[in-house]
Every structure is written in C-alpha cells, then in structure tokens.
Write a protein that binds this ligand. Structure first.
Ligand code: AMP
Ligand code: MG
Length: 402
C-alpha cells in the first residue's frame, strides 16, 4: 500500500511538459503560452481621439458656455486610418472620428454632443481641459511590456491581446491528447439495448469530458472486452495519437482483470493499492514512453482517481503547476465517519451561507453510486487520520468543475 501523495509524486516524476510548438492564434485557444509575449510597439501606437468630435486647442474654448458658444472654423475631417499628417493652428478645429490620429497642434477633443455639429463652422458650448478625450500612446501597453506571461492559458481576452500586439502565431504547449479506453465485457454503448448482466458504458464519456475540463483533448476509444490480446492491441494502436492514455476497469483482484494482466507484463507499468477511498487499485507507468493511467472501473472511483492523479499530471504536461483541485474550508453540516488510514473523498454539496461555506455529505457514498457524484459539487477530502468528525468541524473541500 502507498499513500495518495506517494502515488502522485511518482506520477509527476514521470511526466514532463509537452514540447512547445508555434500555432496560429485561433488554433492556440485553450493552449498554454510557452514563452512570454512582449509588445513590439506601444498601445495605442499613437495619440488618438476617444470620441467622434472636434480636435481643438483647449485654450481656444476655455470661455465657452451654453449661452455664449465659441465658433471655430472647421479645416477638415480626420478619419480612423488616416496617416496622421494633419495639423491645426490655434483658432481652428478639425472634425475627428474615434481612433483617428490627433492632429499636431491640438490638445483636446470636444465630443460632437458638446457642439452644434457644424461642418464648416462649429459652435462649442462647453470648455474642456487639455487632454480631454485623448487616448495617449502607450496608455494601454508600453513597448517592450510583457502582455502575456509564460504559463498563461489562452482564452478569448488573451488571444485578443496577442492579436492587438501584432502576433499572428505564438509558441504554446499544446493541449495534451488523451485517449480514453474503457474495458469490460459487460459494457454496452448508450443507445444500444441491454442484455442480461449488461450495463451501459459511462466511464469513457465521463473521463473524456474530464480531460477537456482539465485542458486536454480527449479521444474516446470504443470499449474493449476483457480479452488480454485485444486490450494490448487497442492500447498499442492508440499510442500514435496519444500524449497520455487513461483506461478504466480491469485493475483490481478479479480473475478477468485484463488491464493489470497485460500491462504488468510490459515491465513499465506498476500496480499499487493506494490508501484512499474510493479508488484503491491504481496503476501508472509508461507504455512505449507514453504515460498510461489505469483507473479502477467503478465509476466514482474512476472519476475521483482522475481528479486526484490525472488532472495534476495533465497540468504538468501543459507547463502549469501540478496543483490539486482548488479547495475551500467549510463547516460540516452533518457528522461523518471515515476509515482509519485512508484518504477519504466524500461527495457533498457545498453552499455559501451568511459569510461561510457549509458542506453536506451525500447520503450514499458507494463507489458504484454515480447518482450521488453527479448531484455533488464538491469532494470533502478527509485526511488519513480522521475517523469520526462531528457536525461543525472545519474540513477541506475540493470544488468540482461546474
Ligand atoms: P472493474 O474495475 O473492471 O472490476 O469494474 C468494477 C465495476 O465497475 C464493475 O461493476 C463494472 O461493471 C463497473 N464498470 C467498469 N467499467 C465501467 C464503465 N466503463 N462504465 C460503467 N461501469 C463500469
Ligand atoms: Mg471490468
């Protein structure tokens, strides 16, 4: 038997960050930046207008009021995209659009709403200080500034930022490609009819979705029956497209625990009993150099094993800290019992009331009872030395992805 922490440390010692590659921006969505990106120029690159209005010399309109507007001749129009070679002299104005370069000589923009909107001569009804509605060069980003640090996951706002500093391609660590294979002769595809003794296959759907939640790309492989030769063939076939493989089932003490049987023979995958509930039987190793996680078949065991062991490893492969799921401290709403010596992951409902979190354990906690997992939003992580915790105890609670 080994502890959860020992098993995880062993796994993290064998996975490394995927090599970076250059991707076009939209292909990089969800990937993690492998190098910092700096701005080659300031943003905005030049002083420009924040409004549709008139570029003026602020001193010219200092005395403007509603009852005594100041008239200025309009010398021209400056549009967004104009090359920015225009200038105005005191006593004159130019009509200017949002984003258009400020003409030399002007030090304020008067929004069209403060004027009569004149085309040849404009009446300005309000004064404005120098700098009014001017967006200064560099006030968003300075030249040379890091706009996205290494390790940033590229979402919508980050991709927008990279485009805004002129980047068409970026070096990223790709989303790990994870092949998910379920084993079990009793399993049928959802949508098919069930025969006696059969159940619908659920783990591969759950785990493929969990891969995506962890930042990877999941490939669901169809279920393999409990035939040793078939299992090994399928796993080897998948190596070409996998950065990692996750299997479910066939790793405990049954007579048909084929995953354990065939992978033990490779010499590079080890099977352990881990001091946790649920999820005791675990396997991990390398299959021709590719990390393979062999999770137990009971659905709740498979899910919790994924969150505890596979998710941190997928983060490490993306160049992210292999941190555990985010936890909050919560107050137990009911008594719980926990087996001595085992890390116990208890399904529960976390709620925020009057300034603090409370967590209510689910009524049933069997490792086959997917219903209580699917209704849970959190796992109470009870340490190995906890045995009987009364209501009111503070516990660490892992939030499940929602
Ligand atoms: P195993 O680890 O293969 O002994 O499976 C343990 C239990 O989990 C058995 O009741 C299996 O029928 C069930 N099980 C295994 N794999 C799956 C799966 N992919 N989907 C749903 N249930 C499964
Ligand atoms: Mg099985």
């Amino acid at each position: 038997m080994r502890s959860v922490d020992e098993h995880l440390t062993d796994i993290l010692g064998s996975v490394s960050a995927l090599p970076p590659l250059e991707l076009a921006l939209l292909e990089a969505q969800g990937a993690v930046l492998a190098e910092p990106v700096t701005a080659p120029v300031p943003l905005p690159p030049f002083d420009n207008s924040a409004m549709d209005g008139y570029a003026v010399v602020a001193a010219d309109i200092a005395a403007a009021t509603e009852s005594a507007p100041i008239e200025l001749p309009v010398v021209g129009d400056i549009l967004a995209g104009d090359p920015g070679v225009s200038a105005i002299r005191p006593g004159l104005t130019a009509r200017i659009m949002t984003g258009a370069p400020l003409p030399a000589g002007a030090d304020a923009v008067i929004p069209v709403e403060w004027t009569d909107g004149g085309a040849a001569v404009v009446r300005v009804a309000r004064p404005a200080p120098p700098g009014n509605y001017i967006r200064r060069a560099g006030e968003d980003v300075l030249a040379g500034q890091v706009v996205a640090a290494e390790g940033t996951r590229l979402g919508a706002a980050q991709l927008g930022m990279l485009a805004a500093v002129g980047r068409a391609r970026v070096p990223v660590r790709p989303r790990p490609r994870v092949v998910v294979v379920s084993t079990g002769s009793e399993l049928r595809e959802p949508g098919e009819a069930l025969g006696p003794g059969q159940i619908w296959e659920s783990n591969s759907y759950m785990l493929t979705a969990a891969v995506a939640e962890a930042g990877g790309v999941g490939y669901r492989q169809s279920t393999v029956e409990d035939e040793p030769a078939k299992v090994l063939d399928v796993l080897r076939d998948q190596l070409v497209r996998a950065d990692a493989i996750v299997t479910s089932g066939g790793v405990s003490m049954g007579t048909r625990d084929v995953v354990k049987e065939v992978l033990s023979g490779t010499g590079t995958v080890e099977f352990h009993k881990v001091r946790m509930r649920p999820g005791k039987p675990q396997g991990f190793g390398l299959l021709d150099g590719t990390p393979i996680f062999t999770l137990p078949g009971n659905p709740v065991s498979a899910y919790i094993s994924f969150q505890v062991f596979v998710r941190p490893a997928l983060r490490a492969m993306q160049g992210l800290p292999a941190e555990p799921m985010p936890t909050v401290s919560a107050v137990l709403a009911e008594d719980v019992k926990s087996p001595a010596g085992l890390r116990h992951y208890v399904r529960g409902r976390l709620a925020f009331n009057r300034g603090f979190y409370t967590v209510t354990p689910a009524d049933v906690q069997g490792s086959h009872q997917l219903g209580s997992l699917s209704a849970a939003n959190a796992l109470i992580a009870l340490p190995e030395d906890a045995e009987a915790l009364p209501a009111g105890t503070h516990v660490e609670v892992m939030r499940l992805p929602s």
